[in-house]
Every structure is written in structure tokens, then in C-alpha cells.
Design a protein around this ligand. Sequence first.
Ligand SMILES: *Cc1c(COP(=O)(O)O)cnc(C)c1O
Length: 499
Amino acid sequence: MHPEHPDHHLDPDWDEFRALGKQIIDDMADHLAGLRDRPVWQPVPDDVRASFATGLPRTGLPMAQVYEEFRSSVLPFPRGNIHPRFWGWANGSGVPVAAYGDLLASLVNCTLGSGENAAMMVEQQVIEWLRQALSWPATGSGLLTSGASMGQVTALAAARQAKSPTADFRGTGAVAGGAQFTVYGSTQTHHSIEKAVELLGIGGRYFRRIPVDEDFRVDVGALRTAIRADRAAGLHPLCVVGNAGTVNTGAVDPLEDLLAVAREEDLWYHVDGAFGAFAQLLPSHRALLAGLTEADSLVFDLHKWLYMPFDVSCLLTRRAGVLEAAFSSGADYISKTARGPAAYSPAFSDRGIEQSRRFRALKVWFALKTHGIEAFAAAIAGNIAQVAHLTALVEASEHLELVSRSELNVACFRYIWPGAAPEALDRVNRAILDHLQTQGLAMPSHTVIDGKFVLRVADNNHRSALADFDFLVARVLETGAELAAAETTGPGAAPTGGQ
Ligand SMILES: *Cc1c(COP(=O)(O)O)cnc(C)c1O
């Protein structure tokens, strides 16, 4: 207790702090070691839900008691993505050692806008390592962000500045600047691009959704036609977005062809490599991603296929200075001094929207130093092999249909049986998904492809093993058989999922 303010001091009793910290690490090590025996997910019971509706605490509790509440109310009801059988959406599993980096980041509590301190140098080093890992040109620059969504809007702001038709676009603004920009990407492009286009005042309808081929890759001919038509109509084509791994199916656009279009048409070339960019770590996949390192900007999420805990993502630009051109500020209170803590360059606050920024580089630094990039490359290769294994199991079963495949870590499939009506297939596959998820057995997510409701597996999980996919397929076949039998035994027999 603080001698002057016995009830109000915000630093802890250090012995208590020390003891609880040791216990937390002990408990969490047990928890993580025993993950496979727990349900992937379970619903939050009503009493637990109600506990989160209690009012503002006016006075405090012992920190050990608060931790006990975390253990009973938060820990058992996770999203599920740390479990070995979670493959939903595009969530990473989280490397435990990185959590030390997060803890230490909060304890040293540096803000990473600007200034001379080691934290700034750690972020610079992490960006440099990522540049090397992806074989990005040494002339580039970058920024860590919360996620790819933040990276997309930051990249498109740099694009708009770099390609603006007026010298003082930041000063005059979009309307007086006189250009109605257009942005191009396939119909499979992530919705964060559309958000960015809206947020930058370009207007969602000027994000041109270009059709895809049967492998969900953008139709380059249709792209060329769209750009020319827009130019002829007096619009100002700004940017081509290439996908290195679409969220639906893991498709990789022909990145080199898109590069050629962008160069011919003098457009900014942005690549969304949110998860797929990390396949660049594998020599086997560099041909698939050819063109990626020539882009003007690239985003990739370390919290997806580099298994970092949320949140951390990276934006790289091909040329240094393009982010500063869009974001640097001359405000007096952040101007540089000749020496001392405010003399340092670069300032990350000059490369993006945020001024106060968390020390998210530290967890990456900790994990990369601890494991080395080759361990991450091996885990990524493992995920690709697991999805190939799943794909083979699906193809080998007469009761499963492979609806999409990828050379990365995504596969979509569904349960089928002879003579099934489309609505019955959707109903049964929804019920299979519901069963897997609510029983905590495994966590694929879902999407709709060519009008078919499908189970979607996106494997960004360093804890998964081949046997987990055998387990998934066995459960799908078993549940599917029961539900399909109920479907075919006459009217009124439609299953609801059984819960
Ligand atoms: C996840 C994802 C995004 C968005 O990234 P966040 O980190 O969630 O903001 C964008 N594009 C693709 C392809 C994604 O998978």
C-alpha cells in the first residue's frame, strides 16, 4: 500500500504481483498443454453471461480474486482458435512464447509513434526481418498495423497520394482534387478493400468487382476492359488489388499478369496477402506467388499464418517515403529536436493513421528469435500438407464433394448422397456444421460457393495434426449419414441439427 494514499495507489504490492504472475504462467502452461482434451468451443452459459452485465466496480478486489473470476468466466469460453481442431475463418493459433512479448510490452509500456528508444528499433528490425522473409525489395518501407484491414486503408491512402492528379491533394481534398478514382479487384476480394475505398471517399461503387474464372482467379482480360471503359468515361483508375489467397477458397490471382496490367495502365498495384503471402517462405510456392514482390504495397497478417497472437499485421511498400507522403505531419508538439528522445527518425506516426501505437513488434521479435523463421516455414508446409490430406480424403469418399481446392491452406467441401435435392444438401450440411461446432468437436466455418453451402477449412493452426483431419472427416461422414437418412425417410423428417 502506498503510504500517502493507502486505498488509492495503482501500483500493486510487488510480492502479490510476483506470486500471481507465477501462478498465471503455471496455470496457462497446464491449460495449453491440455487443449486437445477440451471442447473446441462451447456456448457461454446464462449465469456467466449475466456476470458480464454487472456494474462499474467502485472499489477494488484482490487481484488473485479477479484472476479466479477470469478462470471461471472467461477462460472456459474461448473463440476456440487456440485448439488443434479449429480451422474457421482465417484465425491463427498463437505461439505461446509470443505472449511473453505481449506481457513485457505492456510492462515496459512504450508507445511507438516516434522517438529514440529501443522499442522503435525493435519494430524497425521486425519489419526488416519480414522484408527479408518475403524477399521484398530492400528499397521498401513498412509499418506494423493491427490487421490487414488497417493495412489496406493505409496502403490505398498512399496510392491515392502517389497517383493524385493535383500537387496538393491532401490540402484540396477529393472533391476539389477533381478525380473520381476507381479501384479494381476480383469478386473474391476481401470486404476490407471495399471498406477502405468507402472510407477514403472514393465510393464503394467505384470498387470494380472483376469476375473470376472457375478457379476463382481474377479474369485479367475483363480487368483490362473495365479499366479502359472507366478511362474512356472520364474516370481516374487508381489501383489494382491482387489476391494472394482469397478468404473464400485460398485462390491466388495471376499476380504477374496483374502487375503487367498495373504497369501498362500506370496504376498502383496492391496485393492482399493477408494469410497467403507467407507461402513465400516455401521454395515450392514461390512460382505461385510470382509478381508479389513487385507490388507497390503488400499487406499480410502475422496473426494468421505466422501464428502470432492477435493483433499484428504488416504493410510493406515498394518505395520508401510513400507512406510519409500521405501521412506525415508537421505539428509542433511532435516536431523533431536536434538530439535526445525526440531526435529520432523514422517516426511510425508519419507512416499511418495512429499516433499512439502499442509495442506489438515485441511478441514477433520474441517468437522469431526463439524459434527462427525455419520453424514457421515448416509449420506452414505442414498446414499445406494437412489440407492436401483432407482434400484427398474428401475426394476418396463417395459421400463427400470437394467444392474448392487451393495450393495453400483452404479447402471447401460438403456431404452428399445420390438423388439429394439442393435444399436438402444445404440443410444437412448446415446441420453437420452446427453439430461439429456446438458439440465442440471441430471448428470449420462455412461459406457459399456456386450457390452451395459448404464446410470451409482454413488451416492457420500450428497445433493441428493429420489425425485431426481424419477425425473431422469421420465425424462429417457419421453425422451426414444420420441426417441424410432422416431426410430420406419421408416428409417431416427434416433434421434440425439435433441440439
Ligand atoms: C483476414 C483477411 C483480411 C482482413 O484482415 P484483418 O487482419 O482481419 O483486418 C483481409 N484479406 C484477407 C484475404 C483476409 O483473410
